[in-house]
Design a protein around this ligand. Structure first.
Ligand code: RAM
Length: 940
């Protein structure tokens, strides 16, 4: 809590949370990293009028205020983020220290921040002496349904005669790696070096390994796994693809470079090359989809320690660099264990197996702790749900084997093991091979996700809504795993672009996703088809003909491909990130040309425009209920929406000519769209084009333009102005009412549904949908025990059970979690006005008296600082609590008949000097507020 009474104190406005490229003290490879900070102050209404940054070559120089690398001088600006480094050119391996101070609105100078630093990675190809090495073990794969060779184990020893002052490990793998120095695993990261189109781009990570190095002999060791590079991907097996794995290469490879600086200043580089040795070890099988087999009896004890005798090991194979792919620093945060879950219950099943319940659907692994007989094997199967008889549902995993096996070595001490190169989406584990009921902590659930900073918080007095929010967050963790996946359990786990684009804004309210999407937007750009369309998932491995290798008909689709515009836009919007716009611009422009080619001369996408793809028209309003919204009508709206976003992005990225073109195009499309599709105030389509619906997704249901999905999208995308807007808002409302206040929307329709209702005065309907426990709704899932968001509204129903299991039925799919944006923007009411939240609205929609929701509290940690909004309407006196970051301005929308009833921080609003401005609104007042905490009460 801040106190206004402190205003007598000296000026104090302190920069905190210093970050470079969104990270704290990171390794970077951007020549001009972007710096950011946040500000704190004990006083209200504080603004930054200027800043000064200094960057020094050492901490010592920085402490002496010597910016020998860069001194920005005093810059008059209120910006606190996306400030490009403009100092001396940075060299590979260079470490620089920086700090910042600011001036307030009265031009008083504040104190320097604490120091921060960043270190450059390897910027030139010539910095790399390491070679790609591997050990092809494909011949050792056991015959059977799956091709799963054992993991290569690689090692090398180095003897150091001097004391190491600093050591850096530059580490990359095609496929997955675990790296050890003197027996210790380096880093906590999983699935490095991530999934990219390895023919274009390969990532490496950097680790400070100084503390691992010792004088004398040191052992370097690595275990590799196929991962996305050579392992199974997606539903290739299921659909009978010609090739089901090894899309990028046949066996995994490692590139590692250990750079040492000794106390005397001399240097040494140890690289992967032909003198490394290779063998097999205990990892007998490993695959992201199929699981891992670990035979502890085959462990080569101390293989990664200095004293090990590797005389019997083979030489490694050395492989040439791919001529076209570039090596870059992993831009995102790695996948890590972010939480551990204890077992909730263990039950013995009738078949002698044991069933473990973690009480939560999540993505990750188990850690096993067990004592037992040598050669006993424990088999772990994973599932999200149980059949009525209590056995595990695995049908919905389709061809993903999702099975781990651990073969005990029978040690005197407890054996501890956890898979390294796979993960599963599950709540339950079925264990076979146990001789007796195990200890209730024999397994621990390890929750894996890309390790992003938490950004959001939300809680209410309604337990159903709290559970819906938790389900959204858990499902996001489960699917933000290196790339945004659709699901974590079955033979799919692809970066589906439609899912990603509808969910990205929701995701941003939960976690700081800037670096995660910086990576994936590149993946998406790398995956653009030659015709300019973005694909339906990215990365997308290609076959020798340049078609999708997993399924040749996987091409593009309206609602999916637009991720190439929308995801870039959402990162730009949330983080004021214009560099991502500049980087994506050539790809986006090419895509816009593609979209144009699908429209008529006026810019209208007409019925049948996408009949060239399979399914015809694309995926449309995927998994909707009942009659289908015309996919082309949706495509037409998306075309307009993307054009508008392009105009805005181009404007911000100093592309004035392009901005004008797109904004003129957008106006033209808007007019033409209305002329073509709006008939007598309703959306009308030419159903004849779709014939009997064959070839379209659920075409047998028939097509319409007069649907919840169509109107929700048109409203959300600002396609129509008054008086049409009111009319279609009324249609949306009456369609809901005619359907018993139940939704019919699928992926594309649900995302805008609640926002559109709010935008057209039907907030009551939005609350009704959100808090419903009737099918179809998120509450129905909760009422059926869900701890995550389901793929389908009817993934499970009380009367029919699992009707979709054999085909497509995930219980961890974030798409319908897209309602999170309404939770933050409408329940808490936090809505940006400009990019990066320097100004924003706080406009909470307080539900009517009939709704069981009287209190909500939450916050969003924006790039401008943490914004909090709480309301409590449970008593006669209505209360709001707001927290506004320094250097930002909030417009707080207050519903109250008169100012005289309102107090702010204990004073009458009419007298308060804290409020910058009060303007009247239709329902009350808008308070313009600067930074600080505010308690606002409305007396009856
Ligand atoms: C499913 C995926 C995804 C969806 C596509 C069309 O297989 O799970 O959610 O975008 O199909």
């Amino acid at each position: 809590m801040l106190h206004i009474g402190l205003s007598a104190l000296a000026f104090d406005i302190t920069p905190v949370n210093l970050r470079a490229e969104y990270k704290h003290n990171p390794f970077l490879d951007e020549p001009a990293p972007r710096l950011s900070w946040e500000l704190t102050s004990d006083k209200h209404n504080q603004y930054q009028s200027a800043y000064q940054l200094i960057v020094a070559s050492s901490e010592d120089k920085l402490n002496k205020d010597q910016g020998d690398i860069w001194d920005s001088g005093k810059v008059s600006s209120s910006r606190t983020n996306q400030i490009e480094y403009q100092g001396k050119p940075l060299q590979s391996r260079q470490q620089v220290w920086w700090k910042v101070r600011v001036w307030n609105a009265e031009n008083q100078q504040g104190k320097w921040s604490d120091p921060a630093y960043w270190e450059m990675g390897l910027l030139q190809n010539t910095d790399w002496s390491a070679r790609w090495i591997g050990y092809d073990l494909n011949d050792l794969s056991k015959p059977g349904k799956y091709h799963l060779p054992p993991s290569p184990y690689l090692r090398k020893e180095v003897t150091l005669s001097k004391k190491v002052k600093s050591a850096r490990l530059y580490l990359s793998s095609l496929g997955l790696n675990e790296f050890y120095i003197n027996g210790a695993k380096i880093g906590r990261d999983y699935f490095a070096s991530g999934w990219t189109d390895y023919n274009k781009r390969i990532y490496y990570n950097v680790y400070d390994v100084t503390s691992h190095m010792q004088k004398g002999t040191n052992a370097l060791g690595a275990i590799l796994s196929n991962g996305w590079y050579a392992g199974y991907i997606g539903y290739a097996l299921l659909v009978g693809a010609e090739k089901v794995n090894q899309y990028y290469g046949d066996s995994p490879l490692l590139k590692a470079q250990l750079e040492l600086v000794f106390e005397d200043g001399s240097k040494q580089v140890i690289s992967t090359d032909s003198d490394w040795k290779a063998s097999t070890g205990a990892v007998m099988e490993s695959d992201l989809l199929q699981g891992e087999t670990y035979d502890a009896t085959k462990e080569k004890e101390d293989w990664n320690q200095p004293a090990f005798n590797d005389a019997a090991w083979d030489p490694v194979q050395v492989v040439a660099d791919h001529p076209k792919s570039i090596l870059q620093l992993y831009p995102s945060n790695p996948v890590r264990v972010v939480k551990e879950l204890p077992i909730k219950t263990i039950k013995k099943l009738a078949n002698g197996k044991y069933l473990v319940d973690f009480g939560q659907n999540f993505a990750g692994n188990i850690r096993l702790k067990i004592k037992g007989k040598a050669h006993d094997s424990l088999i772990f199967r994973y599932g999200e749900m149980l059949h009525p008889d209590g056995t595990l549902v695995t049908e919905n995993l389709r061809t993903a084997r999702a099975t781990d096996t651990y073969i005990l070595k029978g040690a005197a001490r407890e054996e501890v093991w956890s898979p390294s190169f796979t993960y599963h989406g599950f709540q339950y584990v079925e264990v076979s091979g146990l001789r007796e009921m195990p200890a209730n902590d024999f397994l621990t659930g390890l929750v894996l996700t890309s390790d992003l900073e938490n950004a959001g918080h939300f809680e209410t007095d309604n337990s159903l809504l709290n559970q819906i929010y938790r389900n959204i967050v858990w499902t996001q963790w489960a699917n933000y795993v290196d790339i945004p996946t659709d699901c974590p359990q079955r033979d799919e786990r692809l970066g589906w672009t439609g899912d990603a684009q509808i969910y990205i804004r929701s995701a941003a309210y939960n976690s700081d996703i800037a670096v995660f999407h910086k990576k994936w937007i590149r993946d998406l750009n790398d995956a653009q088809w030659p015709n300019g369309a973005f694909p339906i998932y990215a990365p997308i491995p290609l076959d020798k003909n340049g078609l999708a290798a997993v399924r040749a008909t996987d091409t593009y689709s309206p609602g999916w491909s637009e991720a190439g515009i929308i995801c870039t836009y959402e990162i730009f919007r949330a983080y004021n990130d214009t560099r991502i716009v500049e980087e994506s611009l050539p790809y986006m422009v090419k895509f816009m040309d593609f979209l144009k080619s699908k429209a008529d001369k006026d810019g209208v996408v007409r019925e049948g425009a996408y009949d060239d793809i399979g399914p015809k028209g694309g995926f449309g309003d995927w998994l909707s209920v009942g009659k289908k919204t015309s996919p082309d009508l949706l495509a037409a709206m998306y075309y307009y929406y993307c054009t508008r976003l392009m105009a805005e992005m181009c404007d911000a990225a100093n592309q004035a000519a392009l901005a004008t073109t797109y904004s003129e195009q957008a106006s033209a499309i808007k007019r033409a769209f209305k002329d073509y599709y709006l008939k007598n105030g309703k959306f009308n389509i030419d159903e004849r084009v779709y014939g009997n619906g064959e070839g379209y997704v659920e075409g047998q249901n028939g097509f319409s333009g007069h649907t919840q999905t169509a109107y929700a999208n048109a409203i959300y995308m600002n396609l129509l102005d008054e008086p049409d807007l009111t009319r279609i808002g009324d249609h949306l409302r009456s369609l809901l009412e005619a359907n018993g206040d139940k939704l019919t929307t699928g992926f594309l329709g649900f995302k805008p549904l609640l926002p559109a209702l709010s935008m057209t005065g039907s907030s009551d309907k939005a609350y009704g949908l959100l808090l419903s426990t009737e099918y179809p709704s998120l509450g129905y899932e909760v009422a059926n025990g869900a701890t995550s968001i389901w793929e389908r509204w009817d993934s499970y129903t009380k009367d029919k059970g699992f009707i979709h299991n054999a085909a497509m039925n995930s219980f961890s799919h974030y798409a319908f979690g897209a309602v999170n944006e309404w939770i933050f923007e409408n329940i808490l009411g936090i809505q940006p006005i400009d990019r990066g939240y320097q100004t924003f609205h706080i406009k909470p929609e307080i539900p009517g008296p009939g709704v069981e929701l009287k209190k909500a509290t939450g916050s969003y940690h924006s790039i401008a600082g943490r914004i909090a909004s709480t309301w409590d309407y449970s008593g006669a006196i209505k209360k709001h609590h707001l927290e506004i970051p320094v250097n930002t301005t909030a417009y707080f929308h207050l519903v109250s008949p008169s100012q005289a009833q309102v107090d702010i921080n204990g004073e009458s609003l009419t007298k308060s000097k804290l409020v910058q401005e009060i303007t009247a609104s239709e329902t009350g007042f808008i308070l313009k507020l600067g930074s600080g905490d505010y308690d606002i009460t409305i007396r009856p």
